[in-house]
Design a protein around this ligand. Sequence first.
Ligand code: MOS
Length: 735
Amino acid sequence: MTTFQTPASLGAGIDRVDAPLKTTGTAHYPNDFSYPGLVHAALVGSTIAAGRIRAIDASAAQAAPGVLTVITYLTAPRLERGPVSLLGKSPPAPLQDDRILHHGQHVAVVVADTPERARYAASLVRVTYETAEPLLDVRDPRAETVENPWGLDTRRGDPDAGFEQADAVVEGEYTTPDNTNNPLGLMTTIASWHGDSVTIHDSTQWPYNVRTSIARIFGVPESGVRVLAPFVGGGFGAGLRVWPHTVLAVLAAREVKHPVKLVLTRPQMFTSVGHRPDSVQHIRIGATSAGDLVAIEHHGLSSVAMEDDDYEPVSLCSAVSYACPNVVTRDRQARLNIPCPGSMRAPAEAQGNFALESAIDELAHTLGMDPLDLRLRNIADTHPVLGLPWSSNALRECYTEGAARFGWSRRPPGTGSLRDGRWLVGLGMASVSYPFFQVPCQARASLRRDGSAYVRSAATDIGTGTYTVMTQLAAELLGLDIAKVRFDLGDSDMPYAPMAGGSGLTGALANAVHAACRTLVAEFLDVVRDDDASPLRGARPDDVTAADGRLRLIGDPGAGESYADILARHGLEELSADGRSTPPDARRLGMAAAGAFGAKFVEVRIDPQLGLLRVTRVVSAIDGGRVLNEKTATSQIVGGTVGGISQALFEETVTDAVTGRIANATFGDYLMPVNADVPDVEVVFCGGSDRATDASTKGVGEVGLVGLAAAIGNAVHHATGRRLRSLPFTIDQLM
Ligand code: MOS
């Protein structure tokens, strides 16, 4: 499949190529841009969760110093709703009518000459409401139920018959709360119109989606919308969709005929850019006394906003994680008066895996088996739904290597059997099978006469290392020193790139960069095809290897010449080539393109008198395919691990049950781990190159987080004999 040689693995843990920019304050985040005549917008949020606006008095705001305009549903133009994307419908267009669907809904945008004056004027907007009783509880029977929202409910075999055969059955209800993404960077939009064209700086994980959406919403050509996001202050999924505040900034700029900047406040970050929706899950698993799984039933119920979509199939993990002949998974959503949920740090998997992997641990305990042995016994050697062999799957190695590093064999089987002074000690583990996700991507690569390369794609780097690993990959493929390669991203005028999400960008982009570099080498060989002066005359891509800025004949490494010489002799300034990747097609390949796999091993310590829970050791064994950069990949897994500890022990968005107001919408009240809450995290990569694609990568994003909550809960059970089924694990559950 490959047309020239690539090493099986790159891996070099080089420092981030963008680190000097970041550490010297010269990396420009959306917040850091300015324009002559820039003015500032502030938002007014609804103080009720359901009902209608009875009246709006904007006169005081309008008359306040420095105010250019106040836009409400009474004065806003009609706007199209954005397009349907991979993530479902776009959020509803803002300021289109008098209806209130959630607390914090934008009801006015105020524009003034300074941010302070805009905020002050926003405080003067008087809105009176006709209040209705909001639906706020996922279990409220009055809520509309959305059935099988993604067509992903699954059934195989005969689950009822399976449970009949089972010698042991465990069953439980697991709940997970709302969580809020909270990237550190306050999400910002700057919009600047010039005629029918608009330039937008936005905190987005997907510039092309902003471009397409804004073009649709404002009825202008896509070519006139340029979206820039060279740096993004984190994402965690909050930047995947085009949210109403971005639309409002673009609208305000058009109305006041000035560039407009809108920065969300931290409380607005809780209601404006998505959140992980809460879930109630019912799971039942049956096994034979020997430990063979015979039936799994997993039902999930999650909340969703009125008039919106959110991709959150929480039960699906139970269909793909284990070899089990009889499985039924089913998801429902309850429509509530809540801010729009959206993907957040391993959407669906983070919630579903907690239920599945806790129940597997409970099953092992019921059977008197070691939980690792139970998992080893039920590894899916082929894809459990497609029935095809995996393109790669090192889950077994993750189990054994992770267990060896952790010292799992020293774990006594009984609960409450380990103590260290006043601390009860527990060891737990969990598994993760993170599904394959890849979508089309494009890149363009150029080589210049000075021997440097320029490679670009409209992707983003949300802190994960995209700039770095793509620079490494292009340097390797073109045989150039890293310093000779510039990789650029974050501009919708560049070739199409998908979202930085679903652990899918690195794979999609690496394959596009691979294709672009491969085609670029072929272009050089084309140039010298009939060139008597070239030792590469007549060579085909398969015949050459690239190193030290030169192409060489494989059988005769002395024979070759540099890109620069070829360009100079032929009077060319540069050569360029485009590359595109498409998702591998399982049926055509005859194998199931694999997602990432992992095993998480955790030690906890509990002070039963104070209800203190400390995570004291974590070993994560990960199969993410070929690792492009060991350092940034390890950082991804460590970051995901912190996110997992955070999900397990801290994060919970609390909504007032009467008013629908979020009660802890600040960093003071919304708990997250600090350094003292996170032990040293050991990461080991297992497996190797995946055979489904040329770039051979899979993904190391969300696989880092998933499994931690269950592993911690399972360790708590080992320490105390107590089974925790509700996240986060709070003091009251441990006393
Ligand atoms: Mo991730 S939640 O797909 O940004």
